[in-house]
Ligand binder design. Structure first.
Ligand code: BJW
Ligand code: ZN
Length: 260
């Protein structure tokens, strides 16, 4: 019988290993799936995704916040606590290793959990904001410090206005600079990874296609198929926390920790 570690091994195509070793610019788009193994819930997975329990229109739109700011704030406060307890997993750590080993690296994330940053990635393009920050509805000040006190949502430390999470809800524009940098990275990359995203939320979902149109080799890492799977040059079907460390070990065996 195979040992557990052998059974868990994913077949990494040699052509992909070579592409990674020789890439000039690697760009990676991540979604909720990369943080799933850290215990952070995804959105659209049946049963365990957040949208299986909650209606996005009630929680992730400006209208929802205007209707019931307390409810929306409390939902984000719950998720903030959950994320604070989570740790980066081997998938996040492997991406930080890739960043150190290739000439140019762009990490584009739809996640608001800052786990890439905590894993040591130096520059992360946050398309949908961050749960670690709040923004004032009156003066637009973005802050990482506020007092959770008598009032929910709490007040802006600068002007006393109402705070909201500094995240991007449905129908809202993505931060202009972040989106521009993400598109530029997709156009410039010679190797583009789409990791742990269902690829249904735009404009992020268009980035793999942009990269392919500009000549990148495209790779998907996901246990499930997505609408983008058919466009990919390589599909590594499995959890990112297992696939990415194996990919790094295959590309740079001289720097890898010994396999069990
Ligand atoms: C694993 C795994 C493991 C599990 N390893 N994988 C064009 C066409 C159609 C619609 C639109 C369009 N353009 C715009 C729209 C509307 C809308 C949209 O896309 N709607 C679609 C749903 C139809 N887009 C917007 O509204 C965007 N704004 C916009 O376009 O503005 C235009 C504008 C311009 C100028 C002025 C004004 C407006 C904004 C989108 C904001 C999305 N916000 C959210 C919430 C963020 C805050 C929060 O976290 O609460 O972002 S929604 C949610 O979805 C969150 C995510 O970032 C995003 C994407 O989800 P993700 O990451 O892909 O997660 P899942 O759960 O869907 O998938 C997880 C995957 O992981 C699965 O595939 C699993 O199999 C896999 N997985 N375990 C690897 N271990
Ligand atoms: Zn303010």
């Amino acid at each position: 019988m195979m040992s557990e570690s052998l059974a868990d091994r994913i077949i990494i195509p040699e052509a992909l290993v070579e592409a990674l070793r020789h890439a000039e610019h690697v760009a990676v788009l991540t979604g909720a799936g990369i943080s799933a193994e850290s215990g952070v819930p995804t959105f659209r997975e049946a049963q365990k995704g957040l949208w299986a329990q909650y209606n996005p229109e009630d929680l992730a739109t400006q209208e929802a916040f205007e209707r019931d700011p307390r409810r929306v704030w409390e939902w984000y406060a719950w998720r903030r606590k959950l994320i604070a307890r989570a740790e980066p997993n081997p998938g996040h750590l492997a991406l930080a290793q890739i960043e150190e080993r290739v000439p140019r690296f762009s990490l584009i994330t739809q996640n608001i959990d800052e786990l890439h940053f905590r894993a040591g990635c130096k520059e992360t393009i946050e398309l949908h904001g961050s749960i670690g920050r709040s923004r004032c509805l009156s003066c637009d000040e973005v802050t990482r410090e506020w007092v959770e006190g008598d009032e929910t949502p709490p007040r802006c430390p600068n002007c006393g206005g109402m705070l909201r999470p500094d995240v991007v809800w449905f129908g809202e524009a993505l931060p202009f600079d972040a989106l521009a940098r993400a598109v530029a990275a997709a156009h410039d990359a010679d190797l583009f990874f789409s990791v742990g995203t269902s690829g249904v939320v735009y404009p992020a979902a268009a980035l793999p296609l942009e990269a392919i149109e500009y000549g990148a080799t495209a790779v998907e890492i996901n246990p499930e198929e997505t609408p983008a799977t058919v466009m990919m040059d390589f599909v590594l079907k499995g959890p990112a926390g297992r696939v990415l460390p194996q990919l790094v070990a295959a590309a740079w065996p001289e720097q890898a920790a010994p396999q069990q």
